[in-house]
Design a protein around this ligand. Structure first.
Ligand SMILES: [Zn+2]
Length: 505
């Protein structure tokens, strides 16, 4: 029996990016888009072009870069929005315009202040306008799950008549349950006369932890496109996680006879790259991509696993690109072995980036006996190769129970070496004070200071994330080092450099 093909529509760069603390810079969006394209996503929603100049540019750059996937831009039911999307998507090989309007009584009355008839007119007009620019037009009924049945059917029929080729029925507020969400698709399939001319799509939010379950119920009822994000990032509790949807279909073809174009072996790298870009690591017990997702620690489980892996393992770590390290690196590992390791981990680096990372690796191997995969991933996430007005030179810290804790810091500011000393409530406070002495930034707030041990062992690297905010602009710095104080100083300096760059713009 042939399996039905499900279109994977990824909105990590749009719905995901809209969530608090997840805003991405252009280079970061391009890096993510490249991975999504490589892993076989069918449609990449790259942003909301009318929202800002930055959004417009990033959609345009993603459109230039993506080789296989269609690139989508979001727009309200407004001509200016649609024209901005069309313009930004011009360089794309395949472009999709995605326009939406609310259809629930609550949203129409309070948010739009429009009558149902006016909403129907807006649907016909916006979809027809979008069709002037591309044959691939998606229309979404915002808050579909709280829309009256008859009106929803009329809206869908109107959109298809005007030329929409994909109809998305989102659970915008994450309120639905699987049975009910499926029933909405059955309703539309049975009552909209021209429904055979469009593909139906699911888009679920995870406010009740049901995003994946609802999405799967929707395709079982006949939808053939799934909207999702990597790691399930997105507004509030997030969107349906791509890795959960794809692996559910792959692991249970008996109940979910569907296939996708996704290379599941790229799931781990997509997840790690996104975490490193946003600074949000996934919880250890997160399905598919959490650190413990494939860890079988309890004695009974381990015993069973040794006898037959299938006793407790429903999918293999390899199927999501998680490889057991065979090649552990150390001081004597050369360029060749290091290159192979980077490739095995799924990363692709240009020559300059490779040289820089190799240098950092050699430096680390001098101080740490065994360099694990996690150490290399942490180095790859380090912002050290970015634009630098302020460069870390060296640091001496006095810490311990006999205060005061003092930091003596040497920095290179615009190429000139400067020294300062500061005391603080603890060594980290002292380091951050020292940086402020040299480079005052009174309007910036420290939003986040986070430390993770990259591996086990007392010589583990500390991976530090620092988030700064100034006048609504948020930046993040990340660094890893066997010395937590050094990693903290570097991460803070990287964040500050990014803030300076933002200021220049
Ligand atoms: Zn959404």
């Amino acid at each position: 029996m042939g399996k039905d093909r499900i279109i994977i529509f990824d909105t990590t760069l749009r719905d995901g990016e809209q969530s608090p603390g997840c805003s991405m810079h252009l280079e970061e969006k391009l890096c993510m888009a490249e991975i999504l394209d490589r892993m076989g996503v069918d449609v990449i929603e790259a942003g909301f072009p009318i929202a800002s100049q930055g959004d417009f540019e990033s959609v345009q750059e993603v459109a230039k870069r993506v080789k296989n996937a269609a690139v989508a831009g979001l727009c309200r039911a407004k001509t200016a929005d649609i024209e901005a999307s069309a313009e930004a998507l011009k360089p794309a090989k395949r472009r999709r315009i995605h326009t939406f309007i609310s259809t629930s009584p609550l949203h129409m009355q309070f948010k739009l202040q429009m009558s149902p008839e006016a909403v129907l007119e807006a649907i016909a007009e916006s979809v027809a306008t979008a069709r002037k620019f591309t044959d691939d037009v998606e229309w979404s009924a915002e808050d579909a799950t709280r829309t009256e049945d008859d009106f929803l059917c009329r809206c869908v029929e109107t959109a298809i008549k005007a030329g929409a080729t994909t109809i998305n029925l989102p659970d915008t507020v994450g309120y639905s349950i699987p049975e009910e969400y499926a029933a909405m698709f059955t309703l539309v399939l049975n009552h909209v006369p021209n429904i055979d001319r469009a593909v139906l799509s699911v888009h679920c939010h995870n406010d009740l932890g049901l995003a994946a379950a609802n999405s799967l119920a929707g395709i079982t009822a006949g939808a053939r496109q799934m909207e999702c994000t990597v790691n399930g990032i997105g507004e509030r509790a997030g969107n349906a996680a791509m890795e959960e949807l794809v692996m559910a279909m792959r692991t249970r073809p008996d109940k979910l006879p569907f296939e996708t174009g996704i290379d599941t072996a790229m799931i781990t790298i997509a997840s790690r790259t996104l975490s490193s870009i946003t600074g949000f690591s996934v919880q250890p017990n997160k399905a598919i991509v959490g650190a413990n997702a494939f860890a079988h620690e309890s004695g009974i489980h381990q015993d069973g696993m040794l006898k037959n892996q299938k006793t407790y393992e429903i999918m293999t770590p390899e199927s999501v690109g998680l490889h057991k390290s065979e090649l552990v690196l150390g001081k004597h590992s050369g360029r060749h072995a290091f290159k192979k390791k980077i490739e095995d981990l799924g990363y692709q680096l240009g020559d300059n980036a490779f040289q820089e990372i190799f240098k950092r690796f050699k430096d680390l191997a001098d101080r740490k006996k065994t360099v694990f995969d996690e150490d290399i991933i942490a180095l790859l996430g380090d912002d050290g190769t970015l634009y630098e007005r302020i460069k870390f030179d060296s640091l001496r810290v006095q810490a311990g129970s006999e205060g005061p804790q003092t930091a003596t810091l040497f920095l290179l500011v615009d190429g000139k070496k400067v020294e300062t000393e500061a005391t603080g409530n603890g060594p980290i406070d002292a380091i951050f004070m020292a940086i402020s002495n040299i480079f005052p930034h009174p309007d910036a707030n420290l939003l986040l200071y986070q430390v993770h041990a990259v591996t086990g062992g007392t010589d583990a690297q500390a991976s530090v994330t620092v988030k700064l905010e100034e006048n609504g602009i948020t930046v993040m710095g990340q660094s890893a080092d066997v010395d937590t104080m050094v990693a903290s100083a570097r991460a803070y300096i990287y964040a500050l450099n990014k803030l300076l760059k933002k200021r220049e713009k």
